[in-house]
Design a protein around this ligand. Structure first.
Ligand SMILES: Cc1cc2nc3c(=O)[nH]c(=O)nc-3n(C[C@H](O)[C@H](O)[C@H](O)COP(=O)(O)OP(=O)(O)OC[C@H]3O[C@@H](n4cnc5c(N)ncnc54)[C@H](O)[C@@H]3O)c2cc1C
Length: 438
């Protein structure tokens, strides 16, 4: 019997994590990635406990903890210094925490792990996939490599090529649109004025929002701790953010009038002639699909459910997709024959309601932080502090941020995800990562 051969399009978080799990289970995997070299760009991100459970399952948690920044909670301050958001992972489970991580570090820990299964993995860098065709017994990928067209057959394909994917089957796409707001961001030396274990956010109405995320270190400079700074803006304004000296002074005044201690730090960063922060912009998409897979084609990660990063769930969802796909494949494969309808039934059971829950919440909450509605910030400022007074809501909020929700009243079990029978990294080594459920 032939070993199943999977193609994965895109070597981002979703693609790499899935490749590890498929290769570890003995499948052959070919990874197609359009860029020449993996050097991930982008602001640092916060891996939630759900994503860290997948990290534990993958066997990469310990290496990620060495470079990443442990985050115990999220605090969001209003201009009058009141805490609007005050959510800590311990409310969801006493040993839960998040991990602020640089994208280069995330990529590093995943590719290092994948290298352990190199006999099962074929890399096709600089290969861009343009089209996928499915037949009864195979899928055929059509692509471009060094301006030459190529095509190749596989047993199945996973589309993991991010929010702007043109490969997701059109018939499954319900929504695919750009968000009107995005963020300017920069990665800078860690902020000494703020608690390094907290994701700090600052809001004024729904028009001003800034975030400072502990981001840990990168593999090539493990001693230098970093922070990611986010400044929310409508997308047409992203290109001109801090474009000249007067824009810088105006921005510092805007921040300084509200949060002087943070403005002081930003001022030092901006006046350091030798090491000027590089500001880049991030734009978001909203992608909703009616299904994530059928037959020999599946769509995972941002390609399947891109959303605004307001809830900090995208990479976690990509990791959960990888985990759910490998679980579903295992459940639907007998004697190396895969029952594809059963696989997708299993996968949708794992992923549909959780994805719907976070997408719904993201659409509900994002305009309260990033919009031109005059009422949005006011409603938020009235309701949130009231909710945080009630222990039930406080706990639900923490479970939601942890990425563990699978519906309004259901949640994932961290241990169920983290467990890997073949693992020799014992739970006692990663003691702090094992939650205790009350
Ligand atoms: C500002 C910002 C902050 C964020 N913060 C957080 C956070 O705190 N927590 C969190 O969990 N998430 C966060 N996210 C979301 C997170 O970054 C994404 O959800 C996650 O990176 C998605 O991973 P992916 O593997 O699906 O896609 P990507 O990381 O986009 O990877 C897709 C890969 O596919 C390749 N590719 C594309 N097209 C082709 C093709 N045709 N052929 C071959 N290769 C192709 C690309 O080069 C890329 O390498 C944030 C996003 C933004 C923009």
């Amino acid at each position: 019997m032939k070993t199943p051969h999977f193609a994965i399009v895109g070597a981002g978080t979703a693609g790499l994590a899935t490749a590890i799990l498929l290769a570890r289970a003995g499948n052959q995997v070919t990874l197609f990635e359009q860029v020449d070299e993996l050097s991930p760009m982008g602001a640092g991100l916060l891996l939630q406990p759900a994503g860290l459970a997948v990290f534990e399952h993958l066997g990469v948690l310990e290496s990620a903890l060495k470079l990443g920044a442990r985050v115990t909670g999220l605090e969001g301050q209003l201009a009058d210094k009141r805490l609007l958001v005050n959510s800590h992972y311990r409310e969801a489970g006493s040993n839960l925490y998040g991990l602020g991580i640089h994208r280069a570090t995330l990529c590093h820990v995943l590719t290092q792990k994948l290298a352990e299964y190199s006999s099962h993995v074929t890399w096709r860098m600089s290969h861009s996939i343009d089209q996928i065709q499915e037949s009864t017994h195979a899928v055929r990928l059509f692509g471009t490599y060094q301006q030459q067209k190529f095509d190749e057959h596989f047993d199945a394909v996973l589309v993991a090529n991010g929010a702007r994917s043109q490969l997701r089957p059109k018939a499954w796409v319900k929504v695919d649109q750009a968000y009107p707001w995005g963020a300017a961001w920069s990665i800078v030396p860690e902020c000494p004025n703020l608690n390094p274990e907290i994701l700090h956010q600052f809001y004024d109405r729904s028009k001003i929002m800034m975030g400072v995320l502990p981001t840990g270190a990168i593999p090539t400079a493990p001693q230098q701790r970093l922070s990611s700074v986010f400044w929310s803006l409508p997308t047409p304004q992203l290109g001109t953010f801090l474009k000249d000296e007067s824009a810088k002074q105006q921005w510092l005044k805007q921040v300084g009038d509200r949060w002087p201690e943070v403005a002081e730090w930003l001022k030092q960063l901006l006046t350091n002639e030798q090491n000027q922060p590089q500001w880049l912009s991030a734009q978001y998409r909203d992608v909703v699909m009616s299904q994530f897979g059928q037959g020999r084609i599946g769509v995972i990660g941002d390609a399947a459910h891109a959303m605004s990063p307001q809830l900090g769930q995208g990479a976690n969802m990509a990791l959960l997709d990888a985990w759910a796909f490998s679980q579903s494949l295992q459940a639907a494969t007998h004697h190396q024959q895969t029952d594809w309808p059963m696989l997708w039934q299993h996968y949708h059971q794992h992923r549909r309601s959780s994805t719907q829950f976070y997408q719904f919440l993201s659409r509900l909450l994002t305009p309260l932080y990033q919009s031109d509605h005059w009422w949005a910030g006011g409603i938020r400022d009235l309701t949130f502090p009231w909710m945080y007074q009630i222990p039930y809501f406080r706990k639900e909020m923490a479970i939601t941020i942890s990425g563990l929700k699978t519906g309004l009243f259901q949640q994932l079990d961290y241990q169920q995800v983290a467990h890997y029978a073949g693992s020799n990294h014992t739970l006692k080594n990663t003691n702090a990562s094992v939650p205790e459920y009350e």
